[in-house]
Design a protein around this ligand. Structure first.
Ligand code: BMA
Length: 331
């Protein structure tokens, strides 16, 4: 029997979840999920992943990134064309961009994304123009790396990012991937890399972990969401695939304000675990909670945006103080 994981009681899911799905999209769309969200120039901006053109037995035709805007973070207006599609890229090595995260730094909007290429998965950082029409790529990692997120301000004069390289050869040939942190003087050249949090530090993970949303600054530290994966070979069909043995949950921790490579406290239980029908029984890959955005509303609450079942985009809210209280001091 797989252990039952429950969401923390401090999490309140939006009662009309999902907030965005394929039926809201004015161009071909099948799976709308794993969005990045930021408050930028007075409104909420969302860049979401769209896997489109599904054909039975063949899979998907492609992936593009869509753009949606909102005044309240709940109801979204989707722009009539994708924000990014492969015809905008003239590098034949690149296969797709996906899983965007958005961070505003000094009034500019930045995006992190994963980029599949014919020679491995690269983590990318780009700048989005103020009119939200253009993406300028600033930096691309060597393979394999993804799940990058940027902190919303420089710390000690340097930009900081969380990331999740995925070494296979040196780690037994299977998933066993941890969270790392790196620093940069200019968003282009990255270094001072350190291990931040390892799979074995997360009691409800046995497979891999990765960054989720840009951290939020609090007086107790950087409030930081991540995703955690546990695998159980006895799991069978979940969704469109015959075998899907992983479960994705969301976790929460606090990083030191001045030295964010130090985890000061963490919750020993998942923050969000798959429970609702759109998380467990519907969709492409069930039992997947994949957060990509956490917005500080300035009134003591946060909005958390997460992809559910790799199929729809959902919203949950929580009080910042209650999230902080979940994080127990680490030894
Ligand atoms: C990860 C990424 C995510 C996806 C998740 C669950 O490896 O590919 O985009 O949401 O798997 O399928």
């Amino acid at each position: 029997m797989e252990p039952k994981l429950k969401s923390s009681s401090v999490i309140k899911r939006y009662e009309h979840n999902p907030i965005l799905s394929d039926k809201d999209i004015p161009y071909p769309a099948n799976l709308i999920f794993n969005a990045g969200v930021a408050k930028f120039n007075g409104r909420y901006v969302m860049v979401f992943r769209n896997d489109y053109g599904y054909e039975d037995g063949k899979g998907f035709e492609g992936t593009n990134l869509g753009l949606a805007l909102s005044d309240d973070g709940v109801k979204w207006n989707v722009q009539d064309k994708p924000f990014f599609s492969m015809d905008m890229m003239d590098d034949s090595d690149v296969l797709r961009l996906y899983d965007p995260r958005l961070t505003v730094i000094d009034g500019e909007l930045f995006i992190c994304f994963a980029m599949d290429t014919r020679h491995g998965v690269r983590g990318g950082i780009g700048r989005i123009s103020d009119d939200l029409q253009n993406l300028e790529i600033i930096s691309l990692s060597v393979p394999d790396n993804r799940n990058m997120v940027l902190f919303p301000e420089k710390i000690d004069g340097k930009y900081v990012r969380l990331e999740r390289p995925f070494p296979v050869y040196s780690r037994g040939g299977t998933d066993r991937f941890d969270m790392w942190i790196s620093k940069s003087p200019d968003l282009k050249y990255w270094g001072e890399s350190e291990l931040l949090l390892a799979v074995e530090n997360v009691p409800y993970a046995n497979d891999k972990i990765g960054p989720a949303a840009p951290p939020i600054k609090t007086d107790k530290g950087w409030l930081t969401l991540f995703h955690a994966v546990d695998r159980d070979e006895s799991r069978g069909k979940h969704g469109w695939e015959d075998k899907w043995t992983k479960r994705y949950t969301a976790g929460i921790m606090l990083l030191d304000l001045n030295e964010p490579s130090k985890v000061v406290a963490m919750s020993n239980e998942p923050l969000i675990a798959p429970e609702e029908v759109y998380e467990t029984d519907e969709g492409f890959r069930q039992h997947v909670i994949f957060p990509g955005g956490m917005i500080d509303e300035g009134d003591g609450t946060v909005k958390i945006y997460y992809g559910a079942s790799d199929t729809v985009e959902c919203l949950a809210t929580a009080y910042k103080d209650e999230l902080i209280a979940l994080c127990k001091e680490s030894k």
